[in-house]
Design a binder for this molecule. Sequence first.
Ligand SMILES: [Zn+2]
Length: 395
Amino acid sequence: MASAIENVEKETEKVLHKFKSLKDHGDKNLSELIQQIESYQRDLSILTSPDCPLTDIQCQLLLDNVIKKTRNTISQFSTEHRDIHSSVSRIGKAIDKNFISDYVCVGNESLFDQGKNNEILNKVIVEHFLRQGRSDIAEKLIQESKLDIDTNDKIPYIKMNKILDALRNRNLQPALEWAQTHRDQLVKSNSDFEFKLHRLQFIELLRGGIENQWKLITYSRSHFTPFAQRYQAEIKALMGSLMYLRSGIEKSPYQYLLDPNNWVEICHMFTKEACSLLEVSVDSPLSVTFNAGCIALPALINIKQAIQQRNVNDVWSSRDELPIEIDVTRKCHYHSIFACPILRQQSCDSNPPMRLQCGHVISRDALNKLSNGSKLKCPYCPAEQNPADARLIYF
Ligand SMILES: [Zn+2]
């Protein structure tokens, strides 16, 4: 993949280089042409005056000469411009050559033949757009695909996006109200969100300079008290910044407080907190699936080709299972996975993890294989025990 991108990049760089030289060359030619025409304009005013020393034919020749030069320059310029076309089309060819566009071979076309799967897909798309704050698109899709989605399911997302919009416009009020309403839950999850909001409100007041001095003191008194113990160091720093109100925070050691990234951070933080209270993941299932697909697809295309070449098509017969293990990166992991250290297989409903008396965990299949009647010797520590004492573990 990386080399494919590099190959296309090389062609793109060639075109960019050509564009630059064409532009430089063109600019030079054009300014020369303009100079020529301007000088001819000057000549013309002399030629048209009654005491002109030249004959009509000489004037005509002069004019012809300028027109010829202009035409030459233009045709030269258009030839150079035409050359760029071939370089541009070479980029297209490089893309075709380096990137596989035929994903049909790994697709499962019949998957969405069933109405039920189609409905699930539409629901996932609707949820994605609701999260993105595009409720107009979501509503249209609900209407067109005749989905039945409870209004109560939509409201939290709509509220969430209203607050996010306000935050993007540097309005903290709706987020502060939200944090106050959900204070108990936020405290339970050890969240910094409410304090960070007040901190940011304080920083906004700081921007106002010395005029806001009294407001800043009143704000701190009325809002920082409940956080005083937990955020002592941060509150101290905020108070310290007041010393520089007159001379300007931007020239003080506290200038880091004015970092615009604070706003980006607070938006991320809000999305994370709101999603966790809604008990949904921060990224929508659609985007997670799409990203995992992008990672998995090249490997799947390779294996499919290898399977077809060797005529071993039945290797990949199961619809719900991939023929190889694909690491979709930590970002796409949502559940703890247990792999049996004995059988080297991931646990599943029919072969769940079992905790032995000694504390070691193996899969149930391994447990059955290793047990000898009512006796089992742990494969890790030699503790002998009754396999019936092993307990099923839930992750
Ligand atoms: Zn053990």
